[in-house]
Design a protein around this ligand. Structure first.
Ligand code: NAG
Ligand code: NAG
Ligand code: NAG
Ligand code: NAG
Length: 475
């Protein structure tokens, strides 16, 4: 009897409240059983308005399935093929050089050695391709089964989602984000000047799907890091890639690792290997934080424990520093953030574009809004060039990059999608909060993001993986 009274009370209360709650009531059914017995048994079925646990299991299946699903595997395959594609012309070139110069002398022997190394790399690539293809085939079968199971579960869940819990949760997160944005935004004077005028490739239009996706040499070992290509390489190093993993506490690094080609990066053969900044890690003038770049044979980064930019010349192995203005936030005071966490020691973001090196940071006097400065080479080493102040709150963005003199900022829309939502054109001073370019993430957290003006690729380092996109420009 107790139970029955209780259930009836719930129903009555519900009917008095708003129509929204009515749908909740619809899920509560009261049934009276065995009237012949003395006691009256009541059963509350579906008392829970929404089966969160079921949603949880489905989310897990989807995640599991995602891990198996083809985009990642195909990308593996595509990265390998791309590596191969770039490797073969090199081999061909070296072969023809060998043919021309084969006088049996020292040069011929050396060239032969180079070609041998190349063939080894190509063989390794082929083996990786073979394994990847086999796994791929197997996964396709498993995935098909998983998908049909998930579809059935989702259909059930959809029927349950009368209160639109999931949808609202998503909208709320989005609104919260926009609100933050709004609070930190100042009115912008509209500009009549044509934007992106200076870009040789045309207007920044879109970003492709992932083109390179690789765990590199140490799969899963270093969560934070950065990698890319030097936009102004020394002669003979045009195809080189660099990689700086944060090897201590996800915070510090003390060497640059180099790869002579994309394929050697993918298969994990580091030739010529490491260049040490210092044997200790961390120490004065070693690297702090993941947002580093390489330019003209030097690595630019936030120096350990200070509000300065360091430039490490890989040839002379010397460090030059650039003191940032008073009030610059450092040591994890103003980090980049995703939807639910901020990334430690991301106070300073170094960037490259067609015109050189930039530093993106914030100061106390700018109340946490992004500040952008040119890093220039003066007569006495590095100096801070022209500076622009934006009205974008740093913590509302995941990362920033520069392309053709325009600063772009991204934000996390979900674990799978990132949005380039903001731009600041240094030529016109025009600021936009509605850029609206979305791209697919292979892993939820992007720790570094940089544009490579050499091949118009956007290189990201996300949860121990290297992922690249092609930037689409349009005239
Ligand atoms: C989902 O289930 C797992 C394991 O049962 C639990 O650790 C996790 O907190 C659950 N997540 C939510 C959002 O309920
Ligand atoms: C590819 O892998 C299969 C076994 O999975 C093996 O029999 C075959 O020899 C491999 N082919 C190459 C070219 O490595
Ligand atoms: C941008 O690229 C994505 C992915 O390739 C595509 O789906 C989308 O339609 C493109 N958007 C525009 C405006 O071209
Ligand atoms: C790095 O050092 C080498 C050798 O001292 C020098 O030739 C080169 O110009 C330096 N590079 C930069 C970017 O300062």
């Amino acid at each position: 009897m107790e139970l029955k009274t209780l259930s009836v009370r719930i129903v009555l209360e519900c009917t008095m409240k708003s129509s929204l709650l009515l749908s909740l009531c619809a899920l509560v059914t009261v049934s009276q059983q065995s009237p012949t017995r003395d006691t009256c048994e009541c059963e509350l079925s579906n008392a829970q308005p929404f089966p969160y646990d079921k949603l949880n299991t489905t989310q897990k299946s989807v995640a599991d399935c995602n891990n198996n699903v083809s985009p990642q595997k195909t990308l593996d395959l595509e990265s390998l093929l791309l590596g191969l594609e770039r490797r073969l012309p090199q081999l061909e070139e070296d072969m023809s050089e060998l043919e021309q110069d084969d006088d049996g002398g020292v040069y011929g022997v050396l060239a032969l050695h180079v070609i041998e190394n190349e063939l080894t790399e190509i063989r390794l690539l082929m083996e990786r391709l073979n394994v990847t293809t086999a796994t791929h085939r197997q996964q396709a079968q498993i995935t098909t089964q998983q998908i049909s199971a998930i579809r059935a579960e989702l259909q059930q869940l959809e029927a349950y989602d009368t209160l639109q819990v999931v949808k609202r949760d998503q909208t709320n997160q989005r609104l919260k984000r926009d609100l933050d944005q709004c609070r930190n935004r100042q009115p912008i004077a509209p500009s009549t000047l044509p934007p992106y005028g200076a870009c040789p490739h045309g207007r920044f239009q879109n970003v492709s799907g992932p083109r390179i996706f690789t765990a590199g040499e140490y799969p899963g070992s270093f969560k934070y890091g950065a990698w890319g290509q030097d936009p102004k390489p020394e002669k003979g190093k045009e195809d080189w890639y660099w990689y700086v993993p944060l090897t201590s506490s996800n915070r510090f690094a003390h060497y640059v690792r180099q790869y002579s080609t994309l394929s050697s990066l993918v298969v994990g053969i580091s030739v010529p290997g490491n260049v040490m900044i210092h044997a200790s890690n961390p120490t004065t003038n070693t690297v702090q934080g993941p947002n580093v770049v390489m330019y003209a044979g030097a690595l630019y980064y936030n120096c350990y424990n200070v509000d300065s930019v360091c430039r490490f010349n890989l040839t002379s192995r010397t460090v030059t520093t650039l003191q940032l203005p008073k009030g610059t936030r450092f040591n994890s005071k103003s980090n980049f953030c995703s939807l639910d966490e901020c990334f430690p020691f991301t106070d300073l973001d170094l960037a490259t574009d067609e015109s050189g090196v930039w530093v993106i940071y914030t100061t106390n006097q700018d109340h946490g809004n992004l500040v952008l400065s040119r890093v220039e080479h003066g007569p006495e080493g590095l100096q801070l060039g022209q500076t622009w102040r934006t009205s974008l709150f740093k913590q509302a963005t995941t990362n920033t990059f520069m392309a053709c003199g325009v600063l772009y900022a991204t934000r996390s829309v979900s674990k799978e999608t990132e949005e380039i939502f903001y731009s600041y054109d240094t030529a016109t001073g025009q600021e936009k909060f509605n850029v609206g370019i979305f791209f697919q993430k292979m892993l939820p957290n992007i720790y570094s993001l940089n544009y490579s003006p050499v091949d118009q690729m956007l290189h990201s380092y996300a949860d121990a993986n290297m992922v690249s996109y092609k930037v689409v420009f349009e005239y």
